[in-house]
Design a protein around this ligand. Structure first.
Ligand code: KG4
Ligand code: ZN
Length: 345
């Protein structure tokens, strides 16, 4: 079966064509990043994001179909991101998907963006054992999920303030490095001495397991001010490398703590920050030492993409055959909620 996936939750417009069934593969993905549109602002401007999705989505759809050598009449299922994300952006993808569904009388599966990030490692790893622990770490989210099965589970921890990618983006903006900050810090990492500066790991005052990242950013900015750090200097490189190493250590320590408490058979790390070279290395080493199978998405499926939306859409279609997939009253939601991610509608 050919499935067409659509993703417009944030600042990437993406359309993918996948094949599922006897053959399981991503046939094509057309993706347009808006990084250069938002770079002058050091962060995403929602109205610019929505307008840009609107301008390019039909072209990307044609391009994905052409690259996949699949005709729109051969598509049997549509999948679209319903939320969470920027509502204006989400509505562009949803309205486009509804249009396709009506015109071609196709079933339309609504997919939760965070659940799709959890699904991303399954694109390349066929056999991932449950129960699993999944760390989704991106610009909008940093959460740990425990799942006994694909459409069941619970949240173990979530961030109480910024997401890990968001603090990297804010730090890069502060130093005038550009947007998004994560890949820039990744590229700079080897230039600095990551052992030079220490950062205190946050503890929740109520003893909870949640993450917090804003303290890391404040500590870094305080240190930079005290030292009078100038971009490009040795202090600057040492400080940024130490900061990245501290964030990765924190993510790893929290994840391993949770893995030790739960009967997990696999660990998944996904979302934009899972593209980070240091993170991938540190998690791979720690999981090898602990004998815990680790599954990371291919780098192109770490950041936002439509292949993961189509992939999970197909799984949902199979798992819940009695749902009404012709429901054109679907509506987007902006905020993450575990209930929404489990809502099989
Ligand atoms: O998953 P994603 O594309 O969008 C959200 O759902 O948020 O993640 C984007 C985030 C940004 O904060 C970006 O700085 C970060 O992922 N990111 C990285 C890397 N590539 C993207 N962070 C660290 N290292 C990278 N190589
Ligand atoms: Zn995402």
């Amino acid at each position: 079966m050919y499935v067409l996936g659509i993703e417009t939750s944030c600042d990437e417009t993406a359309v993918a064509v996948i094949e599922r069934g006897d053959n399981n593969a991503v046939l094509a993905e057309a993706i347009k990043s808006q990084d250069e549109l938002h770079a002058p602002f050091g962060g995403i401007v929602p109205e610019i994001a929505a307008r840009s999705h609107y301008e390019v989505i039909d072209r990307l759809c044609r391009q994905a179909l052409r690259q996949a050598r699949v005709d729109i009449d051969e598509i049997e299922l549509l999948a679209v991101t319903l939320g969470p994300g920027l509502v204006g952006s989400l509505l562009v993808g949803l309205a486009f998907a509804k249009g396709l569904a009506m015109a071609h009388e196709l079933p339309l599966v609504a997919v939760d963006h965070i659940a799709a990030h959890v699904e991303a490692p399954f694109i390349s790893h066929k056999h991932i054992a449950y129960p699993l622990l999944a760390l989704v770490v991106s610009g909008g989210h940093t959460s740990l999920f425990y799942q006994e099965e694909k459409f069941g589970g619970r949240v173990i921890a979530k961030t109480r303030d910024d997401a890990a990618g968001e603090v990297m983006d804010k730090v890069a903006k502060h130093f005038g490095l550009g947007y998004p900050g994560g890949p820039l810090l990744d590229a700079l990492y080897e230039k600095g001495d990551a052992g030079r500066f220490q950062f205190t790991r946050p503890r929740m005052s109520d003893g909870g397991d949640d993450f917090s990242f804003s303290g890391y950013k404040s500590a870094l900015l305080r240190q930079a001010q005290e030292l009078g750090v100038q971009p490009g200097s040795k202090d600057f490189h040492d400080l940024l490398s130490s900061f990245l190493a501290a964030l990765v250590d924190y993510l790893l320590a929290k994840t391993l703590e949770a893995a030790a408490r739960l009967p997990v058979r696999s660990l998944l790390v996904s979302g934009g920050v899972s593209r980070n070279s240091l993170l991938r290395r540190r998690f791979a080493d720690a999981c090898a030492a602990a004998g815990l199978p680790l599954h990371l998405p291919e780098p192109r499926y770490c950041t936002d993409n439509a292949a993961m939306i189509a992939w999970l859409g197909y799984e949902k279609y199979l798992a819940f055959p009695n749902m009404n997939y012709y429901d054109l009253f679907l509506n987007s939601y902006s905020r993450a909620s575990f209930r929404a991610s489990q809502r099989h509608r």
